[in-house]
Design a protein around this ligand. Structure first.
Ligand code: ADP
Ligand code: ZN
Length: 430
């Protein structure tokens, strides 16, 4: 099923031609109307006329998170505020928010991209869609909402939190699809467990869109099993409209990134040079359709790679792999670089481990992982607990090359966030 078959299956040449046309327009627009970019272009010694082919995108300056922060509030606008209809900001997981502006056309374009994503996973206008992401400044609420409405689904703007009410709405209105953070989805599963209710029996749920934070394939599988549904990975960031940048199709093998709207580059995070095809690096994105606030070569800090080959769903837009995390998520313990994702992958693959965990880093690089037990783990005796602890320690050591301390706790005892999970507490930095 397609929302815009022609564009979604555009051949490589036609897609490149479309990108080139839109890139030239975007470069022309920021040169004319955004002093910040004109200055940057001059510093870099590049003029709009120099951008003759898609490869020339590399001659353009990068835009960094700090540029957005320093241009706060109105510095990167490409039009007067009378043409702007909406403001969104980042969720602020890392410092001051970044302000992103939408013209009416931009709101429309973003909604259309979401509709493409949802249809790609099999959603139709007959579906009941419950959006459990925070509404307000965060894009996960409204941007997703507009897209699902565009498609014609029945949208329940439940917003984040209030788990009891979420469950009631799901049951009463026969919700078939939800949009949720993976960590909150696991928490939801815990609450069903605690109530002794089997979600497969009481819900009509078919699929969940999970995003806004890194998560592993193992976590996806866990959610799919508990709810008996399909879980699709959704990647986006407010700087690029929010959700709807890249999304999994029914093949669930990488996320199609809408290349008619964004130019996709993967660079070495240290040098900014392109990495060889298929290698992991930092995702860099350029908006091609944004009118209110175009952003060129944005350094997302997110680490991924391009999935090689054609997707059997027929879409030609290239796919990016599940995010490893942000460049800034990496922490160093006794000289070893570790991503929280590596830890999550191991934990979620061990039977007996529950759905929540916290990574703690203390003085002298002491690494402790607090892990919740699964309720149905069948760990009853002290010996069982010791065995489980040993298994977790051993498997983690093999993966991250450092042996962490493990603290087991009862299910549902570690802190939960309704929005993005806070997985790493680094007291070395406090
Ligand atoms: P903030 O920078 O304040 O978190 P956003 O709310 O816009 O701002 O969050 C965007 C970021 O969330 C992305 O840059 C990425 O790090 C993370 N993210 C979003 N979706 C995913 C996903 N599916 N997998 C991994 N990380 C994701
Ligand atoms: Zn596909």
């Amino acid at each position: 099923m397609f929302w815009e078959r022609d564009i979604e299956t555009l051949g490589p040449k036609a897609l490149a031609a479309l990108q080139m046309k839109r890139l030239a327009q975007t470069v022309g627009l920021v040169w004319k109307d955004v002093p910040f970019y004109r200055e940057r272009f001059k510093k870099q010694g590049v003029k709009p006329g120099d951008i003759k082919s898609l490869d020339d995108v590399r001659r353009l300056p990068f835009t960094y998170i700090d540029d957005l922060r320093q241009s706060y509030p109105y510095g990167l606008l490409a039009t007067g505020t009378s043409n702007i209809v909406r403001l969104h900001t980042s969720s602020g997981t890392t410092g001051k928010p970044k302000a992103i502006f939408f013209t009416r056309k931009d709101v429309d374009t973003a909604a259309n991209l979401i509709a493409r994503c949802l249809v790609m996973t099999g959603m139709t206008k007959r579906d009941v869609f419950q959006n459990m992401m925070s509404y307000g400044l965060f894009t996960g609420g409204l941007v997703m909402h507009y897209g699902a409405e565009r498609l014609g689904a029945l949208v329940i703007p439940a917003a984040a939190g209030n788990t009891e009410r979420q469950m009631m709405l799901m049951e009463d209105f026969g919700t078939t699809s939800i949009h949720i953070t993976p960590s909150y989805c696991l928490y939801l599963a815990d609450v069903f467990d605690k109530k002794g209710v089997n979600p497969k029996k009481v819900l009509k749920l078919k699929r969940a869109y999970v995003g806004a934070e890194p998560h592993s394939e193992e976590t996806r599988r866990k959610i799919e099993e508990v709810f008996g549904i399909d879980v699709f990975n959704s990647y986006g960031l407010c700087e690029m409209n929010g959700p709807g940048v890249a999304f999994e199709c029914q093949r669930k093998d990488g996320m199609h990134l809408w290349e008619d709207n964004f130019i996709l580059e993967i660079v070495n995070p240290e040098t900014g040079e392109p990495v060889p095809d298929g290698e992991t690096g930092e995702l860099v994105l350029t908006t091609l359709c944004r009118k209110g606030m175009p952003v060129l070569r944005y350094r997302t800090r997110d680490l991924t790679r391009i999935v090689p080959g054609k997707c059997r769903c027929g879409r030609t837009h290239r796919r990016i792999a599940r995010m490893i995390g942000r460049v800034d998520d990496m922490f160093v313990v006794r000289g070893v670089n570790i991503f929280p994702q590596q830890i999550e992958r191991v934990l979620m693959s061990i039977k007996g481990v529950g759905r929540n965990y916290v990574i703690e880093l203390a003085a002298y690089d002491k690494l402790t992982i607090r892990v919740e037990l699964a309720s149905a783990a069948g760990v009853s005796s002290v010996q069982d607990l010791a065995l489980l602890k040993g298994e977790i320690e051993g498997k983690l050591r093999d993966e991250i090359l450092v042996r962490p301390g493990i603290e087991l706790s009862e299910p549902g005892t570690l802190p939960v966030s309704e929005g993005k999970a806070r997985r790493v507490i680094d007291v070395r930095k406090l």
